[in-house]
Design a protein around this ligand. Structure first.
Ligand code: ZN
Length: 180
């Protein structure tokens, strides 16, 4: 799904945009990976000008802006890791792409980690989460600098299962966004 930057209006895949939410608990803006509460969130593109304009409009203090930028950086690192893992596994034939293949891989107990697109439909996601739980496989939410489809190299693909290899285990431990 495409969303628009609330500053410049440019639209891009939801996987790529930064999402900020208003946290009512401490009355501040947080960098958010959740999309459940869309009313309270807005999307900003990765253009540094848009980010600083956004912070200005929302009256974010300098101190807090620094913290938020730090969060953006660590999120970007985690994104790069996920992209690397997907790219490597797809290229070496160690990935199941798409829901059908992922379910098959789970049944054959070949999959060690599942990565889902942020833009995935809730129904599909719930199905994957419960199947993954049954087989004790962790699920991560993907957000990359490239869209999920691009990273996976398959149109309309919203999930990828990574087969268990030593390298995938290593990289898996560096991923942060866990969903189950
Ligand atoms: Zn923008």
């Amino acid at each position: 799904m495409d969303v628009s930057c609330c500053v410049c209006g440019r639209s891009d895949s939801q996987d790529v945009m930064l999402c900020f939410s208003w946290c009512t608990e401490n009355n501040s803006i947080i960098l958010s990976t959740a999309t459940e509460d869309e009313n309270l969130s807005c999307f900003v593109c990765r253009d540094p000008d848009c980010l600083s304009q956004f912070f200005k409009e929302k009256h974010v203090s300098r101190q807090q802006a620094r913290e938020l930028l730090k969060d953006v950086r660590s999120l970007t690192e985690s994104r790069t890791i996920a992209e690397k893992l997907i790219g490597m596994s797809v290229r070496s034939g160690n990935a199941a792409r798409g829901v059908t293949q992922v379910f098959e891989g789970l049944k054959n107990q070949r999959i060690s980690v599942i990565i889902v697109a942020k833009s995935q439909k809730k129904n599909t996601r719930d199905k994957i989460l419960s199947a993954a739980k049954k087989f004790n496989v962790p699920v991560y939410e993907y957000m990359g600098t490239a869209s999920f489809e691009q990273a996976v190299g398959k149109k309309q693909c919203t999930c990828v299962g990574i087969f268990g290899t030593e390298l995938s285990e290593q990289i898996k431990s560096d991923l942060h966004v866990i969903k189950n």
